[in-house]
Design a protein around this ligand. Structure first.
Ligand code: NAD
Ligand code: UGA
Length: 464
């Protein structure tokens, strides 16, 4: 008798898409709801094999333990999509929805091909009624398209479509899933829609306080996800725009953001000036919002949100221009070490990482690059595969900096704060520079050791 036979199965859940969202989210549901049998399927067999191994396909603090606790008990990873659809009553769809790269809306709109393919598969393989849940981030009114595809056959099988966007952030996914600020569930306000919504509320209520489970109409739910990401990104672009002004006005952006953030109406989070936001979602979701607004003829609204992305591009280019200016307007032949390649700390994910842009710009300036990162070197190699031979990859940050003219700190990994800076300084070419793209180092101390220090949004500390 296996563990599963010991339990009464109350609900059978499938998740299509075993990525950064599907894997951790389903592991949390399985861990918190022992009465649910959760299966996660994907078209990518290597990803599924990794989920079934000791070497999970993504790095996320606490995820190994979470998966290990439930896998084989009530959590399963499989490539059998057709069987999964047949056997499960609740289906989450968590496939990727990247920015379209072709045709109408290229570079702006969401590419819904994976999403639509999934809808058609659900229709084809279902022989009983299902609740289908949008977990992916989607343009408003996608649920309508899903409903139209799913309910196009008149064969007595019902599909109720819900929207349940995910708000986890990478690097803190397990904590965010266990203690979410809110769970949002949107549905049609019909009897069947409300019944389906209650089924999903009951699942989350196993561990999330009911006051944090919000229900809404389905379009509000879809839109709230895009707007949440847009607001978060807007705060970063706002402080990054101010960082440029601070550099001109001899103000210190950290002091400004502390002073501003202590206003309880504004709050302190997401006000860290940086090299710009990265990650697979902010850019794509804002562009998606911009595209929607333009489609509805709301050009002023579209322009407003598009400027958040424009400031982000500006901030990345500004970082390179500051490096060039500080290093005597030429980087040709100079060796520059990048500390960090992941788009943020505590993840190996490099999707849309500003480090990709910065590495490419440095290569354009004919610099030599050494990339260092505790978790993201494999992804960095893949991102820069076309520049093979021009870049060295060294995990140890001290070894990576040896012989370099400059260090550019791009990811706020905790390990970078407490390295042996006198030793690093000794090993570098002189004059030695540090460009702290995250403002996490002790700038005064680095300066006293001998470095020329260029933070973001603060006056530089130089020996010239
Ligand atoms: P991902 O690329 O890591 O994972 C998506 C998975 O779906 C891939 O493994 C892919 O092989 C699989 N897939 C694609 N088409 C399929 C099909 N027809 N059948 C089966 N599997 C299929 O993406 P992700 O980061 O998990 O993001 C998924 C969605 O969640 C996106 O819409 C994203 O905007 C949203 N989201 C992401 C995050 C995040 O932190 N990454 C947070 C919140 C929301
Ligand atoms: C973000 C949101 O925080 C999640 O709520 C959302 O679910 C997710 O996008 C998504 O939809 O994919 P994530 O991109 O994983 O999560 O990470 P964040 O912590 O939001 O950081 C995004 C980027 O902004 C990173 O590059 C980070 O370094 C940067 N950032 C963040 C700053 O530059 N300054 C800050 O003050 C905060």
């Amino acid at each position: 008798m296996n563990d599963e036979d010991d339990m009464t199965i109350e609900k059978t859940i499938l998740c299509i898409g075993a990525g950064y969202v599907g894997g951790p989210t389903m592991a949390m549901i399985a861990a918190q709801c022992p009465g649910c049998r959760v299966t996660v399927v994907d078209i990518n067999p290597a990803r599924i094999a990794a989920w079934n191994s000791d070497n999970l396909p993504i790095y996320e603090p606490g995820l190994d333990e979470l998966v290990r606790a439930a896998r084989g008990r009530n959590l399963f990873f499989s490539t059998e999509i057709e069987r999964g659809i047949r056997e499960n009553e609740i289906i989450f769809v968590s496939v990727n929805t990247p920015t379209k790269t072709f045709g109408l809306g290229a570079g702006m709109a969401a590419d819904l091909q994976y999403w639509e393919k999934t809808a058609r598969q659900i229709l084809e393989f279902s022989d009983s009624s299902k609740i289908v849940i949008e977990k992916s981030t989607l343009p408003v009114k996608t649920a309508l398209a899903m409903e139209r595809i799913l309910n196009c056959r008149d064969n007595g099988i019902r599909f109720d479509v819900l929207s349940n966007p995910e708000f986890l952030a990478e690097g803190t996914a397990v904590r965010d899933l266990e203690h979410p600020d809110r769970i949002l569930i949107g549905s049609r306000e019909t009897d069947n829609g409300l019944k389906a919504r209650q089924t999903l509320v009951d699942i989350y209520a196993s561990w999330v306080p009911t006051g944090k489970i919000l229900t809404s109409n389905i379009w509000s739910s879809e839109l709230s996800k895009l707007v949440s990401n847009a607001f978060l990104a807007q705060r970063i672009s706002s402080i990054n725009a101010i960082s440029a002004l601070c550099e001109k006005a001899d103000a210190d952006v950290v002091e400004v953001s502390r002073a501003v953030g202590m206003d309880s109406r504004i709050g302190p989070k997401f006000l860290n000036a940086s090299i710009g936001f990265g990650g697979s979602c902010f850019r794509k979701d804002i562009l998606n919002l911009v595209y929607l607004c333009r489609n509805y003829g709301l050009d002023a609204v579209a322009d407003y949100w598009e400027s958040v992305v424009q400031i982000n591009d500006y901030q990345q280019e500004r970082f390179i221009r500051n490096m060039l200016g500080a290093m005597f307007n030429t980087l040709t032949g100079k060796r520059i070490c990048l500390w960090g390649f992941a788009f943020k700390a505590n993840t190996g994910d490099t999707r849309e990482s500003p480090a990709i842009f910065i590495a490419r710009r440095l290569l354009e300036e004919q610099a030599e690059i050494v990339v260092s990162d505790p978790k993201a070197l494999e992804n960095a190699r893949a991102d820069l595969v076309d520049a093979k031979g021009q870049i060295r990859y060294v995990e140890d940050p001290l070894l990576a900096a040896e012989g370099c003219h400059a260090i550019a700190l791009l990811t706020e990994w905790e390990i970078y704060r407490s390295l042996d800076f006198p030793k690093i300084f000794e090993s570098m070419a002189k004059p030695a520079f540090i460009f702290d793209g995250r403002n996490i180092l002790d700038h005064r101390r680095c300066f006293e050791i001998g470095f020329n220090v260029y933070p973001v949004g603060k006056p530089p500390l130089t020996h010239f």
